[in-house]
Design a protein around this ligand. Structure first.
Ligand code: AGP
Length: 611
């Protein structure tokens, strides 16, 4: 949720940390702060964007070779200078940054209050820091030891990094549930929530695991568990280029990522899909093909846009593999005490690989001997590391908070898995299999063609930008696409929008229809098309404004609509990868027309690492 950055080494810490916070700002942008150690502890923090903190520090002496920085997504205490991180301890000697939630903080706060502690902020983080300082004082032990003792009493999720005025050559960090990456340089170390602040300095990283603690000096990295046993840091080489996390000349990351989709879908298929040979190669799936084929059911677990990808996959797997699929909201699945049997196959879908609800849901299922397969975008992320197998979506870093290219890459991976299993199970004919391989292979080119003519979408966005509500409708494979279109509009334009199965409309939502309600149909040619056309006429009969995603050349449907988004013809199984793109662009251009920050929509964050 929040973004944390820290540095120790010969460089000026401030510019390294500031740049890192800007790279992580998609994780939370309610406030920002930095603490530097240079002949004493200096803490600077400000409500709002990192740039506002930067402006407030102009002209200050910010020289230091060790520091910590934080960009916040508020959980405990509203966005303010006081609740911003770093938080400092009662003695003023310690400072901490924290990503996560300390669930038993009020109990700890009561204990400390009884001892006379006073608190400046409303944060759980300040409570944790004073709890650690109190242990250090009472046990006359090192900060490292106090952290280890303190964390054994903590309930919740955390990445914390601490600096100690009395030990200006050491950073202490620890992790449980939230992500922490350590960049290993020559005589320097970089700490961050993900690799994007580190990539320009080093490609050598260590992914810290749950219940691990790191003691970091400029030229030394020690990893330990909470039991004080030393662990060997496992160094991984990052496979990412700096350009991937730059805007590359686009106004926004969201627009860049929408336009990257011909390449990202291609990268997702490359080395896996071989139309000539009629094969799909996915090592991380092949190992579990038997279990998948013989599974009585497959459970897809995810949140948000990834959940929508799971819903499309449900239709595909049931049609092609004849396997029962359940699509679960991770936040409900983790607490519902679901029936999980040994050998059940759970597919966890996640762009970030760090979404707390999805992570804990699969950890629970894994503890009941289910097989966990991850469909994940961020390499080395927690969900990828917890999963038994799976496949990366290779969409590259997705910075825009609204997920776009990751969604189409998830669909490409899930479609390949389904085709692979269906062929193995012989539940589809060789002819249909070959046809779908070709259809899948043709998608990147069709997306490229689709993105060549989008000017009209700007005009349509301008036309409907002041609508109070939107309704998105689709049938079959296009129903989840309608849900995704509605979610994109909500996230980016703050307009209330609902996605619905088109036939369900008559059971209530049609009461909303009048001349002021734009109704977006995903009405491309498929098995249900004639039914959708009837639904369009029902809306027209009530003066609703009809916008529709339609198949090229479908003049009949085009004639019925007020505005259309034309997409190339494609088999209904792969069409969702095309049909969603005009809806991504509609949301983007309505957000732009309303002058909203489409990369950092209010109240949102890219990776939801708290429940
Ligand atoms: C989508 O645009 C949102 N950013 C959000 O719904 C997201 O899909 C959800 O938080 C799941 O994230 P994940 O794919 O990283 O697990």
């Amino acid at each position: 949720m929040c973004g944390i950055v820290a540095y120790i080494g010969p460089r000026e810490a401030y510019p390294v940390i500031l740049k890192g916070l800007k790279r992580l700002e998609y994780r939370g942008y309610d406030s920002a702060g930095i603490a530097l150690l240079n002949g004493g502890l200096k803490v600077y923090k400000k409500k709002g964007r990192v740039s506002e903190l930067e402006d407030s520090l102009l002209g200050k002496d910010l020289h230091a070779n060790i520091g910590i920085g934080h960009t916040r997504w508020a959980t405990h205490g509203e966005p303010s200078d006081t609740n911003a991180h770093p938080q400092t301890s009662a003695s003023g000697k310690l400072a901490i940054i924290h990503n996560g939630i300390i669930e038993n903080y009020s109990q700890l706060k009561q204990e400390l209050t009884k001892k006379g502690y006073k608190f400046n902020s409303e944060t759980d983080t300040e409570v944790l820091l004073n709890f650690i300082e109190d242990i250090q004082k009472n046990n006359e032990c090192s900060l490292e030891e106090a952290v280890r003792i303190g964390l054994k009493r903590v309930v919740g999720a955390y990445v914390i990094v601490l600096v100690d005025q009395e030990h200006p050559d050491t950073l202490i960090a620890a992790r449980k549930g939230s992500p922490l990456v350590i960049g290993v340089g020559k005589g320097e170390h970089f700490l961050a929530s993900d690799a994007s602040p580190i990539i320009e300095y080093t490609k050598e990283v260590v992914y810290v695991n749950d219940y691990e603690l790191a003691i970091i000096k400029a030229d030394e990295l020690i990893l330990k568990n909470l039991g004080n046993d030393k662990l060997t840091p496992y160094i991984t080489k990052l496979d990412m280029e700096l350009a991937a996390i730059e805007k590359g000349g686009y106004d926004h990351f969201m627009l860049k990522e929408i336009f990257e989709q011909p390449n990202t879908i291609y990268d997702c298929l490359r080395g896996r899909l071989d139309v000539e040979a009629g094969t799909i190669t996915m090592k991380g799936i092949e190992e579990y093909a038997e279990q998948i084929m013989n599974a009585s059911r497959i459970v897809m677990v995810a949140c948000g846009t990834s959940w929508h990808a799971g819903l499309v996959a449900e239709y595909i797997f049931e049609e092609l593999c004849r396997i029962n699929v359940e699509v679960e909201y991770a936040s409900e699945f983790r607490y519902r005490n679901p029936v999980i049997n040994k050998g059940d196959v759970i597919i966890a879908i996640s762009q970030s690989g760090e979404t707390a609800d999805t992570l804990v849901a699969i950890e629970n299922a894994k503890s009941k001997d289910a097989i966990i397969l991850g469909v994940v975008n961020v390499v080395g992320s927690s969900i990828a590391r917890v999963s038994h197998g799976g496949a990366y979506t290779h969409a590259g870093p997705e910075i825009g908070v609204a997920s776009t290219k990751a969604f189409t890459a998830q669909l490409a991976v899930l479609t390949m898995i389904a085709l692979k299993i269906a062929r193995k199970k012989d539940t589809i004919s060789e002819e249909r299999y070959r046809h779908l391989l070709e259809e899948l292979h043709a998608i990147p080119e069709k997306v490229f063609k689709l993105l060549e003519s989008i000017e009209h979408i700007k005009e349509i966005a301008e036309k409907y930008k002041n609508a109070r509500d939107f309704l998105y409708l689709g049938r079959g494979y296009n129903f989840p696409v309608a849900l995704e279109g509605a979610l994109k509009l909500k996230e980016i334009s703050y307009i209330h929008a609902e996605g619905y199965p088109a036939a369900e409309m008559k059971h209530g939502p049609i009461a909303l229809v009048d001349e002021n309600l734009p109704v977006v149909f995903v009405a491309t040619k498929d098995a249900h098309h004639h039914k959708v056309v009837s639904n369009i006429q029902e809306i027209k009969a009530r003066k609703g404004k009809v916008l529709a995603v339609v198949t090229e050349g479908d003049e009949t449907t085009i004639g019925l609509c007020d505005d259309v988004f034309v997409v190339p013809e494609a088999d209904e199984i792969v069409a969702p990868m095309l049909n969603v793109i005009p809806l991504q662009l509609l949301a983007y251009y309505i957000g732009i027309a309303k002058n909203y920050d489409v990369d950092k929509p209010r109240n949102l964050a890219k990776s939801v690492t708290v429940e």
